[in-house]
Ligand binder design. Structure first.
Ligand SMILES: Nc1ncnc2c1ncn2[C@@H]1O[C@H](COP(=O)(O)OP(=O)(O)OP(=O)(O)O)[C@@H](O)[C@H]1O
Ligand SMILES: [Mg+2]
Length: 600
């Protein structure tokens, strides 16, 4: 012993010490010994030694430092985190230099120890999981090579502590993450809902504005039709009066020029012209919904089958007609002649749409309409009579205007464009409607919806060719138009009746009060002041048995409750006037207790 930091007993030798032996024969570099008990201090220690050599390389002693394992144990204890853990200083051959918290029960780790196996694989450092051979606890170990020394520091923490911490962190992070995810979800959901609500509102707004636009267009169209109707109806009414005069006078003239053939031919021409004028006026009145209708219960299948010959002739051999009506179809309430005309018009339209060949299907079915049905019909039972064709159909623009009066695609002189508008007028005036469906190139279906009628016992139809016998009646003729007055009076006189004239309702009442010889009153309806219907009401009250005939080309007669006045449609021919008179008075001028022609 040459020098030392501790007092030294010179008799003590270290010649047998492992580190001395390791350095003596050769230079072992920095040699770290296994723990031993110091001879002088009697304390446990391990030595870090270096060899001293002479310039020639001979052994010249050893410098060694004895380090206390206890120092490392305390250091590890202070440095370690709370909770059960182990730390150790291990020489690369497995010798345990120091261990915390307690010294190891053995001094060296075998080569099969998990830490030693891991050091063999990864000599610089690493992490491993295993069961401690000291206390059989599961631990996570981390180790590291200390600088250039053949020593490793190893630290092991109990698995449940490490995982516990990890789980706690995980719980915390998890809770934070869950909360964030929930917030995100909630925000996204609210945003989505808001976007959906906005989208819905937008769609609804668009839908409503489209509906409003469509309703406005419908209203505009309806107003247009209404004004055309009023204008045309007014003109047609006046025109009707003129025609009544012309037809009446022509009739009388025909009787007077019996032998002059040339004059007769001219007269017939004028007569036919007037008749055509009357027919056109009827059409105008029909679409303006002012024609004089005689609605009654009509059996549609019967009416259609009675028209078959007429239809076959009108349509020609290239067109097939199919009818489809259920056996228990209830009757409809409509003017049969007008319905026949409407069906004929539809069939002609269908024929025009099928220039080469095709099929027309006439069908009917019953349907109950509820409140707010899409057809604009008031609730109730209806019968839909439809005419379908397999023709060229209509494009949207044509379909939209087809019902308009005077709209035609058939060219000048071919179509008047009044067919569909007339049918529409008839349907609406009868309490129903007309619906058109069409597909270009496929065909068209026209549906006439009419209110269901009550089944009635059909009254025997009077034979129009019978000339009733009569005696001379005294007729009070009420008419504000002097021209019509003259014409009708002439007709009546020609029929051998005596005519008393009144130009207003008031004058008629005065005459009736003074002249008891009046057998019958024939009155116009549209008169300034008291209308024909009002006059009829007054007469019914004062002279209930006095027969009345109401002459009118105007359909918009308000029905009076319980008042049923037989009517005469203007312009009328003499034989029509004669027949109408025969329905209200006997040939002996006695009033007939007539079955009212029309009930309210
Ligand atoms: N069945 C149909 N197929 C194709 N187009 C049709 C049909 N029915 C009507 N139309 C179209 O509607 C238009 C109007 O028809 P509407 O019956 O009112 O008058 P029109 O037939 O032209 O003349 P009119 O009836 O006076 O002879 C027709 O010109 C035609 O373009
Ligand atoms: Mg037509």
């Amino acid at each position: 012993m040459r020098a030392g930091s501790q007092p030294w007993d010179t008799n003590v030798t270290i010649g047998e010490r492992e580190w001395f032996l390791a350095q003596r024969g050769q230079d072992a570099g920095t040699y770290i010994s296994a723990p031993f008990q110091g001879k002088a201090t009697r304390a446990a220690s391990f030595a870090v030694s270096r060899r001293r050599s002479t310039p020639e390389g001979h052994f010249d002693g050893i410098i060694h430092v004895a380090l206390s394992p206890e120092y490392f144990r305390r250091f590890f204890l202070e440095a370690a985190p709370p909770g059960p853990s182990v730390a150790g200083l291990i020489r690369d051959d497995g010798v345990i230099l120091a261990r915390s918290p307690a010294p190891a029960p053995y001094s060296r780790l075998g080569s099969d120890n998990i830490l030693m196996r891991s050091i063999a694989d990864e000599p610089d450092g690493g992490v491993l999981f295993g069961v401690s051979s000291t206390d059989q606890r599961e631990r996570y170990y981390a180790y590291r090579h200390v600088g250039s020394y053949p020593v490793y520091v190893a630290f092991g923490i109990d698995a449940d502590v490490a995982l516990g911490r990890w789980y706690r962190n995980l719980e915390l992070y998890g809770a934070v993450a869950l909360l964030s995810a929930l917030t995100l979800f909630l925000v996204s959901w609210l945003a989505l809902r808001r976007a959906e609500a906005e989208q819905k509102a937008l769609v609804q707004l668009q839908h409503e504005s489209e509906q409003r636009l469509a309703a406005e267009q419908r209203l505009l169209q309806a107003q247009k039709m209404e004004s055309i109707g009023q204008l045309t109806g007014g003109i047609a009414h006046d025109f009707n009066n003129l025609l009544a005069v012309i037809v009446g006078n022509l009739e009388l003239l025909r009787k007077r020029i019996k032998d002059d053939d040339r004059a007769r031919r001219l007269l017939e021409g004028a007569f036919q012209g007037a008749q055509r004028g009357a027919a056109l006026t009827q059409r105008l009145l029909a679409f303006s919904r002012r024609q004089d209708l005689t609605p009654q219960a009509v059996d549609v299948p019967e009416l259609v089958s009675s028209m078959m010959d007429l239809l076959a002739r009108a349509l020609g051999p290239s067109i097939q007609i199919v009818t489809r009506c259920p056996v228990d179809l209830p009757p409809v309430r409509v003017d049969p002649n007008q319905l026949e005309m409407a069906l004929l018009n539809l069939a002609v339209n269908a024929r025009d749409a099928m220039p080469t060949s095709g099929t027309i299907t006439i069908s009917a079915h019953q349907e109950d309409m509820a409140e707010g049905n899409g057809h604009g019909l008031s609730p109730g039972a209806y019968v839909c009579v439809s005419v379908s064709d397999t023709g060229m159909g209509m494009d949207d623009a044509t379909l939209a205007r087809a019902v308009e009066p005077f709209f035609t695609t058939k060219g000048v002189g071919k179509g008047t464009g009044l067919g569909l508008s007339m049918i529409h007028g008839l349907a609406v005036q009868s309490g129903g409607t007309l619906k058109l469906r069409s597909e270009l190139g496929k065909g068209t279906t026209a549906e006439i919806w009419l209110p269901q009628g009550q089944a009635v016992v059909v009254a025997p139809v009077s034979n129009k060719t019978d000339r009733p016998e009569h005696r001379r009646c005294t007729v009070l003729l009420v008419e504000d138009d002097p021209l019509v007055m003259t014409g009708t009076a002439a007709m009546l006189e020609d029929l051998d009746h005596r005519v008393v004239e009144a130009s207003s309702g008031e004058q008629a009442l005065r005459i009736l009060r003074e002249d008891a010889s009046i057998d019958l009153v024939v009155t116009d309806h549209a008169m300034p002041g008291m209308t024909g219907l009002e006059l009829a009401e007054r007469i019914r009250t004062e002279w209930p048995a006095l027969p009345i005939l109401l002459a009118s080309g105007h359909a918009e007669l308000p029905e009076r409750r319980g008042l049923a006045v037989p009517r005469l449609t203007k312009p009328f021919r003499q034989d029509e006037l004669e027949h109408a008179i025969a329905t209200v008075v006997t040939p002996a001028c006695e009033p007939i207790n007539v079955v009212p022609l029309r009930r309210s």
